[in-house]
Design a protein around this ligand. Structure first.
Ligand SMILES: [Mn+2]
Length: 334
C-alpha cells in the first residue's frame, strides 16, 4: 500500500471520531475553494456525518452547477461542531464572518496549499508544493478509501483545473495530471465543467474586459502590466466582484510582461490588489506579504488601505524593487 503522510492518518482519525463537521473556506471563494469544500462535504455526508458547508460569500455563478442541492450555507451563530475543516484558506481571518461562528468546536483542521498559510489549526496539512487544495482532498479521500462519486469527481476536477489555469501553470506536476485523469475516469464531466467554468462568461464581464484592454498600462520596460477598476466600472458595466476573476490573466499573457497587477476599489479607502508573476525570480507572495496579504509565489493578493493612487504607487514600487534585484542577480551570475 502507498504510504501517506502521517498528518492524513491523524485527520482521518479526528474525522472518524466526529459526528458533526463544518467545512469552511475563504471569502470570495474561487474554483479550488468551492470544489474542495463541496467535494469534502459530499464525501463526509457519504460517511453518515452531519456536515455543514459554510462560506461568507455566495457561490459564484459559474460554479453553481456543482452545488445543485444547495449545500452551501451562510455561517450561523450558536452552532456547535465536533470538527471544523478549513479548506484552501491561508489564515483564520480569511474565513471572514464564518470565523466568529466557529467558536464552539472541538478540533480545527487546516487543509491548504498557500505558501503564506499561518498554520492556525489544531492540525495543519499545508503543502505549498501542491498546485491546488483539490488535489489534497483527493488524496485524503483515497487514503480513507471513501468512494469518489461522480459529483465529487466534478467538484475536485473543477478545483484542480481552475487552480492550475487548466493545467498550464508551472505548479502542474505529473501527479496533478494523474489525479485529473482519475477524476475523469470516475465520471467527472469534462465537457460540462469546461463549458460552465471557461465558456460561460457573463456579458457584464465581457464589458469589464473591454475596459481592461483599453486601459491597461505598461511600465518598467513593459515588464509590469497593471490596471485598476473603480466603483463606476462596476456600476456602468453591471458587473459584480465575481466578474473580475481571471481578468488579470489577460494582461499577464502579454509577452514582455513579468508581473501583472490588478487594483480593485472595494471602498473609497480600501483597494484589493491581485498579483501574478511569470518568473520564478519574482515571488509575488513575498510582495503581497509586505502589504499584509499573501498567496502563492506566482499568484497572490492583499487588501490595502489608503488613497487608491498611493496604494498603486507603493505596490508598483515594490514590484520594481523585486524586478531590479532579480535583474542584478542575473547580471552577477553572468
Ligand atoms: Mn487554491
Amino acid at each position: 500500500m502507498k504510504a501517506y503522510p502521517k498528518i492524513i492518518g491523524r485527520i482521518l482519525e479526528a474525522l472518524r471520531e466526529s459526528r458533526t463537521v463544518c467545512v469552511v473556506g475563504h471569502v470570495r471563494p474561487d474554483g479550488d475553494c468551492i470544489g474542495s469544500q463541496l467535494g469534502l462535504t459530499l464525501a463526509l455526508r457519504g460517511q453518515g456525518k452531519h456536515v455543514a458547508c459554510w462560506n461568507e460569500d455566495s457561490v459564484p455563478q459559474k460554479y453553481r452547477f456543482l452545488d445543485a442541492d444547495g449545500l452551501f450555507q451562510k455561517p450561523q451563530r450558536g452552532s456547535r461542531f465536533d470538527c471544523v475543516i478549513a479548506t484552501d484558506c491561508a489564515s483564520f481571518e480569511r474565513l471572514g464572518r464564518a470565523g466568529a461562528c466557529l467558536a464552539q468546536r472541538k478540533v480545527l483542521i487546516n487543509i491548504d496549499h498557500h505558501e503564506s498559510n499561518t498554520r492556525y489549526g489544531d492540525m495543519n496539512w499545508v503543502s505549498a508544493r501542491e498546485p491546488s487544495t483539490g488535489e489534497l482532498i483527493y488524496r485524503l479521500l483515497k487514503a480513507a478509501r471513501w468512494p469518489i462519486t461522480r459529483p465529487i469527481a466534478d467538484c475536485l476536477f473543477t478545483a484542480v483545473s481552475t487552480d492550475t489555469g487548466s493545467f498550464q501553470y508551472a505548479t502542474t506536476r505529473p501527479g496533478t495530471l494523474h489525479v485529473a485523469g482519475e477524476l475523469v475516469g470516475r465520471g467527472a464531466n469534462l465537457a460540462k465543467i469546461c463549458d460552465e467554468v471557461y465558456q460561460s462568461y457573463s456579458l457584464p464581464r465581457a464589458r469589464l474586459l473591454k475596459r481592461v484592454y483599453s486601459r491597461f498600462r505598461l511600465t518598467h520596460r513593459d515588464q509590469i502590466a497593471w490596471f485598476s477598476l473603480d466603483k463606476s466600472d462596476f456600476s456602468r458595466t453591471g458587473a459584480d466582484c465575481d466578474d473580475t476573476e481571471g481578468l488579470i490573466d489577460h494582461i499577464r499573457a502579454i509577452e514582455p510582461v513579468i508581473v501583472a497587477c490588478l487594483f480593485e476599489q472595494l471602498e473609497p479607502g480600501l483597494t484589493r490588489v491581485s498579483l501574478r508573476s511569470k518568473s520564478d525570480r519574482v515571488n509575488v507572495n513575498e510582495i503581497a506579504a509586505q502589504f499584509g496579504g499573501g498567496g502563492h509565489p506566482a499568484a497572490a493578493g492583499a487588501r490595502i488601505s489608503g488613497k487608491p493612487q498611493s496604494v498603486r504607487r507603493r505596490v508598483i514600487a515594490a514590484i520594481e524593487r523585486v524586478l531590479d534585484s532579480a535583474d542584478s542577480l542575473k547580471a552577477l551570475k553572468k
